[in-house]
Design a protein around this ligand. Structure first.
Ligand SMILES: [Zn+2]
Length: 496
């Protein structure tokens, strides 16, 4: 692909115009440059062969952009199907329980890693199979674009990793890495420099599905019910020093989080404060404003990391697109949504993948409600709390607390979220790419992706005026029949 084509693709800022054509039904003039992306791990190419996979992606869903999970220690984007879930209608018919390790699925070059203790993180899973070497020439020949996609998920047994790990409220190591630790920051910059210089990529996308200590202590995310409020992060020396430098009283922050830990433990055991849970939390926030300052410090550090990665890549190849995966918690927690200030991150975001996974949203929203209804909102019955969240997050009625795990969210949620994000990015050149879920695992009796549901979600996304979509979270767990549902929508929109 020529440099010009790549620049056209990633620096186009005509999303609003192009989407207006779709919205008004002028599909005959639909913009062929809309991104139809898919997240895919190296294991799929290794298992099924590069060309057969690309054939499937193009014939079933008119995919024109690969988001290749190149570096992670997480099975969520790099493994095969999750054990316990039905195997899809393609790929190796087995789980990778004992063989999954993670790391970089493309060759790494040691000269870039001088300033970090993390070295030689090549994934051993697939032997000498190099996903960039194998896939990039083949996909480029077909006119497809290639984005390296990676996330900040690590395993605890990597040599040298302990010194980069976050420290919790009580000083214990966690498995997550600290964004303020120069050894980790330098690793991220080394990896993107290595990928940018070593391969002919069209872009890089990074994602961090994490938040600060205040939100985590309150279990303010799906799956948060079992979180330990004493294990919140980060209280390492780098973070303390940074906080002190910004005028945050570190001792007061620690005292506040110890009180918050007590509050959460008492709430979960049903010990109601005299003035109720919600009032008591406000009293804590007023007494210890450092609680919010510490939360914000974590997100400032994330934004600084975005900026540093962006600057590094642009200093090497200005035409490469640089963007971020925004966690699904953005759809559930108003606190997390407040922390995703799109205008603020737009100047260093060529594109944003904002997760709008409609099918698993029901299960996940219920899980979030279940968690926060045992901390600050314990005086509110879960279904009333859910209805409150629909109002403040701008959703229609997606159903009751008991029902939504079984029904998922509707395509109307995808439409509303796309419109909201588009409006949030007003005036910015950042491309908006909603993340659409296909067969993301849910519990056995919960809602599952269907061809029609997928088709409706993709149509709804495009009616909200984005610059494309990213089918998520990985090809290896998607049924081809459901992937074809996305294809039906793409063809209806004449985007293929
Ligand atoms: Zn730290």
């Amino acid at each position: 692909m020529s440099e010009t084509t790549r620049r056209d693709f990633f620096l186009q800022s005509t999303g609003a115009l192009a989407s207006a054509a779709v919205t008004q039904g002028q599909t005959q003039s639909a913009n062929p440059k809309k991104t139809v992306g898919i997240q895919i791990g190296a294991v799929s190419f290794a298992d099924e062969g590069v060309d057969p996979v690309l054939d499937n992606l193009q014939s079933k869903a008119s995919v024109n952009t690969l988001f290749i999970a190149a570096f992670t220690y997480g099975r969520g984007i790099a493994g095969r199907q999750v054990p316990g879930q039905p195997l899809p209608d393609h790929g190796k018919q087995e789980y990778d329980t004992s063989t999954f390790h993670g790391g970089s699925y493309a060759a790494l070059h040691s000269q870039y890693y001088a300033d970090t203790p993390l070295k030689n993180l090549r994934a051993p899973d697939l032997g000498s199979f190099d996903v960039f070497e194998q896939v990039l020439p083949a996909s480029r020949k077909r006119g497809m674009k290639n984005i390296a996609w990676f996330e900040d998920v690590f395993r605890p047994d990597i040599p040298g990793i302990q010194q980069l790990q976050e420290r919790d409220l009580h000083g214990r190591n966690r498995s997550t890495l600290c964004l303020n630790n120069p050894g980790y920051r330098n690793f991220l910059l080394a990896l993107v420099e290595d990928y940018s210089r070593s391969w002919d990529l069209d872009g890089i996308m990074w994602g961090s599905e994490r938040q600060g200590a205040f939100a985590n202590a309150l279990g303010s995310h799906h799956g948060g019910r079992t979180g330990d409020p004493g294990r919140v992060t980060c209280f390492c020396d780098f973070c303390k020093k940074k906080a002190a430098g910004e005028g945050i009283r570190v001792e007061r922050a620690q005292s506040g989080f110890l009180e918050l830990e007590k509050f959460v433990r008492a709430a979960r055991s049903g010990k109601r404060p005299v003035d109720g849970y919600y009032v008591e939390l406000w009293r804590l926030m007023l007494t210890y404003p450092e609680l919010l300052a510490w939360e914000n410090l974590w997100h400032d550090s994330l934004r600084e990391t975005y900026q540093a990665i962006y600057k590094k890549i642009k200093s090497i190849k200005p035409d490469m697109g640089v963007g971020w995966h925004i966690w699904h918690n953005n759809s559930f927690s108003p606190v997390y949504r407040a922390e995703q200030d799109l205008q603020r991150i737009a100047p260093y975001s060529d594109f944003l993948k904002i997760v709008m996974y409609h099918d698993c949203a029901g299960e996940r929203m219920a899980s979030y409600i279940n968690s926060v209804s045992k901390t600050q909102y314990e005086d509110v019955p879960p279904n009333e709390l859910l209805q409150f969240h629909y109002r403040i997050l701008g959703y229609g009625d997606e159903g009751t607390y008991d029902r939504i795990p079984h029904t998922g969210f509707s395509s109307d949620y995808v439409l509303r979220e796309t419109k909201r994000a588009r409006a949030g990015l007003a005036g910015a050149k950042t491309l908006l790419l909603p993340g659409i879920d296909i067969d993301i695992p849910t519990a056995a009796d919960h809602s599952k992706s269907t061809p029609k549901g997928t088709e409706d979600a993709v149509l709804a996304a495009f009616h909200g005026g984005p610059d494309g979509v990213i089918l998520s979270r990985k090809y290896s767990e998607m049924k081809l029949t459901n992937l074809a549902g996305a294809g039906t929508a793409i063809r209806q929109l004449r985007l293929s």
